[in-house]
Design a protein around this ligand. Sequence first.
Ligand code: SF4
Length: 359
Amino acid sequence: MLEDHLPPSAGSLRGVAVEEVLLAQPRGFCAGVEKAIKALAWMVKVFPPPVYCYHEIVHNQFVVSEFITQGVIFVDDVDSVPAGAPLMLSAHGSAPEVVEAARENGRVVIDAVCPLVTKVHHELKVRASKGYEILYVGHAMHEESVGTMAVAPERVHLVEDEADLERATATIPSGTPVALLAQTTLSHDEWRHLVDKATESFPDLWMPGRSDLCFATTNRQAALREIAGRADAVVVIGSANSSNTVALTKVAAASGCPRVLLVNAAGELPDDLSGVVGVTAGASAPERLVAEVIDRLNPAKGVTTVVTVEEDEYFPPPPELRDLLRQLDDGRAAGIQEALRQDRTTSAAEVLDELAHRA
Ligand code: SF4
C-alpha cells in the first residue's frame, strides 16, 4: 500500500472545512465503463442523431445526461427503436432475446457489454447445457442480473439472501449437479457467507476458477477498507442505482466507519462533516465529481491518497464497432483509424470532455 499526500488547496472558498481527506485508489471508472463510454461516444460522433442506447450506458446520472445532451435516446425496449437506427446495448449485458430483437429491422447494433459480464453469461450457458442447476447470487431487477439469468432461465435460482438459498436448495433434486455464479458487482460481504452456506449444502458445488466478482469491484472495495476504519465519515460518489457503488457503502459501514454518505455530486454533501473524511467513487462515477467533492470538503491538512493496487486493465472497443469504423470511407477515415490506435491511452473522461466542447 502506498500513501501520497497533497497539501491543502488554496482555491477552495466555500468548503465544508474538514480536517483531512483520505482518498481511495483505485476508485471511479473501471475498464468496462471506459470501454462502454468511449464506444457510445464513437456512435455519437459517426452517426447523425439520434443514436439509441438500450438501458443506461452505465449507471451514473452525469454520464447519462451528458449523452442525452449529445442526442442519445435511452430506451428500455429495443422494439421502440426505428428500423435502421444505430443502437448501443449497455455495459451491463442484455438478455439473448433482447440482442436478437435489437439486430432485427436493419438496426446498426453495437454491444458494449463488459467482457466480465459476458464471462458469467458463458459460464451459465455452459453449466446449464451440462445439466447443472444454477444458484445465481445477485440483485433482482438489476439489469445485469436480469440479462444474465435470461441466458438459461429454466435452470437459474436467484439468491439474494440465505432464505432464497434455503428455498432453492429445497427444490433441487438430490444428485443434481449445482453451480454457484454471481453478479460481478457484489460486495464480498454479501457474497462470502452465501458461498459458505451453499458449499455446506452442496459439497460438490461448481464455481468458476476465477471469481465472478470483477477485479474493479474487488479493488475498489479493498482500497476503501484501508481508509474506512481511519475515517470519521466516508463519502461514496455515484448513483443509487449503481450496484458496485451501493456495495461500497456497505463495505464502508462493515469496516466500522460511523458515517457513510452516498452522493451524486458535491452539492449533496451536508455542511456538518468534520474530522477525517474518506472519499471514493463507484466504477461509473467520473473523476471530475471526485475533484469537486474534495474541493467542497476543503481539507485543512490536505489530501492523502491511499493506493492499494495500480490497475492497468484495458478492454478494447467492441469488435463490431471496430469493423464499422474501418468500413467508413468518408474523409474522416484516416483520423478515425489513428484515434482507434490511440484508444488504450485515451480516457473516457477525455472523450466526454471532447464531446461536451464540440461545436
Ligand atoms: S464493474 Fe466490473 S463488471 Fe462492471 S463494467 Fe466494470 S469491470 Fe465490468
